[in-house]
Design a protein around this ligand. Structure first.
Ligand code: ZN
Length: 225
């Protein structure tokens, strides 16, 4: 999965707003989700200019002149999940007689907390027990990415992911564990640089059977010191 910083390098340095919007296919298209308006880059740029003025900066000085447009493109990218439908990645299932646990560990997660609009970086671990259908391994990280690239709360993201997978895979059970570091805690406020926030959502047999839940937890955390 592409990380935030490497993608950013891809879009920086390119021309004006229109070109950047063209480059990021999903941005200009009308929203697939709840009829939201597409991203208004000009409006974000104007707001960023206002913030610079409000904190006492000079948006016209050399280093800041292109910042509002750059930040606008960044927001369009990090919130692109608002205009994407995670279900499209869950349509192609394979019939397979396999009813043991499938676990995908350490899925890179980059999200933004909706309270401060600051990055949340961590890993998602997703397990499911199939009920006749399995899904291609690359699809689950894509679903994580769509849901993460929205203003989020980690608790809600965890539950949304579990409910969506439970529903679309018609699985016997789904377990989602997310561990992430919240910039709003590590760089400001209480400033606890080492703290990690862990959330979990258990559905189906993971919720009903303690042994199954213990098994997934030891597969996820067991190898750690
Ligand atoms: Zn926050």
């Amino acid at each position: 999965m592409t990380t935030n910083s490497s993608r950013e390098q891809g879009t920086l340095g390119r021309g004006g707003l229109t070109e950047a919007a063209d480059g990021a296919g999903s941005i200009k298209r009308p929203s697939a989700r709840r009829g939201r308006a597409p991203v208004d880059l000009e409006r974000i740029a104007a707001a960023v200019r206002e913030i610079l003025l409000a904190v006492g900066e000079d948006p016209e000085r050399d280093g800041l002149r292109e910042t509002p447009e750059r930040v606008a493109r960044m927001y369009a990218e990090v919130f692109q999940g608002l205009h994407q439908d995670p279900n499209v990645h869950l349509k192609k299932l394979f019939r397979q007689k396999y009813d043991e646990m499938v676990l995908i560990k350490d899925i890179r997660l980059v999200s933004f907390c909706e309270h401060h609009l600051l990055p949340v970086v961590g890993q998602a671990h997703v397990a499911y027990i199939p009920n006749g259908n399995v899904i291609g391994l690359s699809k689950i990280p894509r679903v994580v990415d769509v849901l993460a690239k929205r203003p989020q709360m980690q608790e809600r993201l965890t539950e949304e992911l579990a409910d969506l997978l439970m529903q679309e895979l018609a699985a016997k059970g789904v377990a989602v564990v997310i561990e992430a570091s919240h910039s709003c805690m590590t760089i400001r406020g209480v400033a606890k640089p080492d703290s990690t926030f862990v959330t979990s959502a258990m559905r189906g047999v993971f919720k009903e059977r303690l042994a199954t839940r213990s098994e997934v937890m030891s597969l996820i955390f067991g190898s750690r010191r």
